[in-house]
Design a protein around this ligand. Sequence first.
Ligand SMILES: Cc1cc2nc3c(=O)[nH]c(=O)nc-3n(C[C@H](O)[C@H](O)[C@H](O)COP(=O)(O)OP(=O)(O)OC[C@H]3O[C@@H](n4cnc5c(N)ncnc54)[C@H](O)[C@@H]3O)c2cc1C
Length: 235
Amino acid sequence: MLQRWKTEAIEKCDVTVYTKIFLKFPDKFWPCGPGKEFFIYAHERRGYYTFWQHMENAYPGSNILVVTLTNGESKRIEAQSDEETLEEAMGVLRDMFGPHIPNATDILVPRWWNNRFQRGSYSNYPIISDNQDVHDIKAPVGRIFFTGEHTSERFSGYVHGGYLSGIDTSNSLLEEIRKEKERKSESQTFLLEPLLALTGSLTLTQTEAVPSLHKCDIPTQLYLSGKVGLQEAIL
Ligand SMILES: Cc1cc2nc3c(=O)[nH]c(=O)nc-3n(C[C@H](O)[C@H](O)[C@H](O)COP(=O)(O)OP(=O)(O)OC[C@H]3O[C@@H](n4cnc5c(N)ncnc54)[C@H](O)[C@@H]3O)c2cc1C
């Protein structure tokens, strides 16, 4: 079970929903060409099918439009059928381009909010969050390390936040492995001390004992060094 400071930090970090709905048409009726890719629809309801983009630059001839909805609107359309969403979107397009545009032949509505493995699209720290929250979110708990865009102080919510936090966490992990090795070697040296006392003439120094060797390697190392015989080494 995770400690309270960790669960509290996770609870504080909000997750936003960001939905790109794809609509496929038999032909194009929207403006294309240089400098024309996005168009905006203004509606009295905030965020109602506001941001539109055609796919002609990325996929020429695909006849696909994308409309982006966020959070409240995303959750609303996730709760309704794709047919209802298609009807709403077509209403908006007819408002902009006139009543004679063709119906979309296909629609894709991702459901990031209702996907139980996602529950949203990316992290969105509330305005009241401070550095401590991000610090606690990314702090390891024992041997469990945390990474991902939500652990990036500067770029949470973005791909490069995910990428950079991955590098950060890998470095922390490597550092922890290095420290662990050091700790082990110190405890090996400690184990070695009685053995050194027993073999009075032994001149093997602590550094010669090879810091990274495992416990079971110590007698072998002593034997191979030629400083003790097999009998002494396996004491
Ligand atoms: C619709 C949408 C649009 C976006 N647009 C942009 C944009 O334009 N620009 C931008 O910069 N960012 C955008 N983002 C955000 C960006 O996609 C994320 O910030 C980024 O993908 C986060 O990367 P990540 O590696 O932290 O997490 P993820 O990409 O979510 O990777 C986590 C991985 O872990 C796997 N996983 C989960 N649980 C387990 C488990 N138990 N065992 C094994 N594997 C597991 C998942 O399958 C997944 O592959 C968008 C996101 C969405 C949803």
